[in-house]
Ligand binder design. Structure first.
Ligand code: BG6
Length: 486
């Protein structure tokens, strides 16, 4: 007789948000501008063209540095989590969330990144936030870098290209560990560290147009190397300052299938998947994979490493592997294969899968495949720290009937349960945007992921009132029964 799979007793059910998409208060209480504050909402830009949504101009940067002109900048206002976090945490607690993933805005603590003293008002905000979470029995899971480095640092050094940024980040993180050591156990270093190649400005403050001619790729890999080293140093410091703490890496899991069984398609797919795994490989195994080293050499990319970097990477690997998972894609060598949008990436359409209104293909089995693959490769506990459906919700007589979101999560949770039954160790699942926030990719408010609706439109109009969607009550039941009743 086979036993029914079930979630472990201490499974961490919860939600996830990021400071730059939720907090707002972008220039309040001493916060400095971050890279996110320079990104504008652009109506009528093709959904396929994520790089156009994330593009910025010198004028945007100047506006952000001068602190003016904010109606087109949704990330500056977020959903005003900064002032409403108590109300929001109460709703998360009502849903039964055991964990909430949030990030710390670096420029709230060090407004320019290199200030001689930290901003005490910023430190106090996160102290109060984490204390309130503890009071409500919500475990904080804290990301140290989620697309929000100080804009001044980005401008001064072309972001992470310069080694000084490693020192500035390590100092910021040490400050967080010292101040929050009694409140936070679980930490993530860089959100979707692989995204530096797809959107280097938001991930690492790097503007390709600032690179010397022909050096843009080289600069991106140099910035990435600095993030790897910083992540290792920060992991070391976290373990030293907070005994028993756990630090994870965070990867965008871009699961890709071959479009056909033609060997060329299979090879192209393998390479895509290996490229995706490389980032976690470095943080789990503590070294660059030989195939990546050779590939960089062949492409003429030289990463400047300082003496001691290799040892730093080797000695400070992560405790667990976290990742985001939204969709899967396929790969093909056929030039005419139809390319569709995914999470800041284009890939070939899979005829077997439905897609969201933004074209992201919905593939719950792909989540199970990802779990099996990652666990087999790393043999470390896994944490799904983002997954969700961006959709337009309609409010009818004060209610939001979002059965599409319930269906999406039910199917994904089922697959997690199956993976656990097959032996995968999963620490928890924090659904993306458990409350509606500003989209990272398109800066839209109308791309909603939450169980909690926030009354605000793309232009920023609305009361900001919070409403429970149907999915709120459904998730509450899922958590209360530890996934037995879905
Ligand atoms: C992830 C990011 O890639 O995808 C989040 O870590 C983001 O910040 C999420 O919000 C969903 O993407 P989008 O563009 O729909 O907000």
């Amino acid at each position: 007789m086979t036993s029914k799979p079930s979630f472990p007793k201490n499974f961490l059910w919860g939600g996830a948000i990021a400071a730059n998409q939720a907090e707002g208060a972008w220039n309040i209480d001493g916060k400095g501008p971050s890279v996110a504050d320079a990104i504008t909402w652009k109506p009528n830009v093709s959904l396929k063209d994520y790089s156009a949504h994330m593009a910025l101009t010198d004028e945007n940067i100047a506006d952000a540095l001068k602190g003016k002109n904010d109606e087109l900048y949704p990330k500056r206002r977020g959903i005003d989590f900064y002032h409403r976090y108590k109300e929001d945490l109460a709703l998360f607690a009502e849903m039964g969330c055991k964990v909430l993933r949030v990030s710390i805005a670096w420029s709230r603590i060090f407004p320019t990144g290199e200030d001689s003293e930290p901003n005490e008002a910023g430190l106090a905000f996160y102290h109060d936030l984490f204390s309130e979470m503890r009071r409500l029995n919500i475990e904080p899971l804290v990301t140290l870098s989620h697309y929000e480095m100080p804009l001044v640092l980005s401008e001064k050094y072309n972001g992470w290209v310069h080694r000084n940024v490693v020192d500035a980040f390590v100092r910021f993180c040490r400050m967080c560990f010292e101040r929050y050591k009694d409140l936070v156990v679980y930490w993530l270093t860089f959100n979707e560290i692989d995204s530096i190649r797809r959107h280097p400005f938001t991930t690492a403050g790097i503007r390709e147009e600032k690179s010397a001619e022909g050096c843009a790729e080289q600069d991106i890999y140099q910035g990435l190397h600095h993030q790897f080293v910083a992540s290792a140093l920060v992991t070391r410091d976290c373990h030293a300052i907070i005994p028993g703490s756990q630090v994870g890496c965070m990867l965008t899991k871009l699961t890709t299938y071959p479009r056909t069984c033609k060997p060329e398609d299979v090879e192209a797919t393998l390479k895509k998947n290996l490229e995706n795994l490389f980032y976690a490989d470095v943080q789990v195994f503590g070294a660059y994979p030989p195939l990546v080293t050779r590939d960089l050499e062949r492409r003429g990319i030289h990463i400047e490493m300082q003496p001691g970097d290799a040892e730093t990477l080797r000695a400070n690997t992560v405790d667990f592997v976290s990742f985001s998972y939204y969709m899967s894609l396929t790969e093909s060598t056929q030039p005419d294969a139809e390319r569709i949008p995914g999470n800041t990436i284009l890939g070939v359409k899979n005829p077997y899968l439905p897609a969201s209104e933004w074209g992201w293909q919905i593939d719950p089995v792909g989540l199970k495949i990802s779990l099996l693959e990652l666990y087999d490769r790393y043999q470390k506990p896994l944490f799904i720290v983002e997954c969700g459906l961006g959709a337009k919700d309609e409010v009818v007589a004060g209610k939001i009937h979002d059965d599409y979101r319930i269906d999406y999560f039910r199917a994904h949770f089922e697959q997690v349960k199956n993976a656990i039954d097959e032996g995968v160790e999963v620490m928890g699942f924090t659904t993306w945007g458990a409350i509606d926030i500003i989209s990272a990719g398109t800066s839209q408010m109308s791309k909603r992921y939450g169980f909690i609706y926030v009354d605000q439109d793309d232009e920023g109009a609305g009361s900001l009132a919070r409403l429970r969607k149907d999915s709120f009550y459904w998730y509450q039941k899922v958590i209360a029964t530890n996934g037995a009743d879905m």
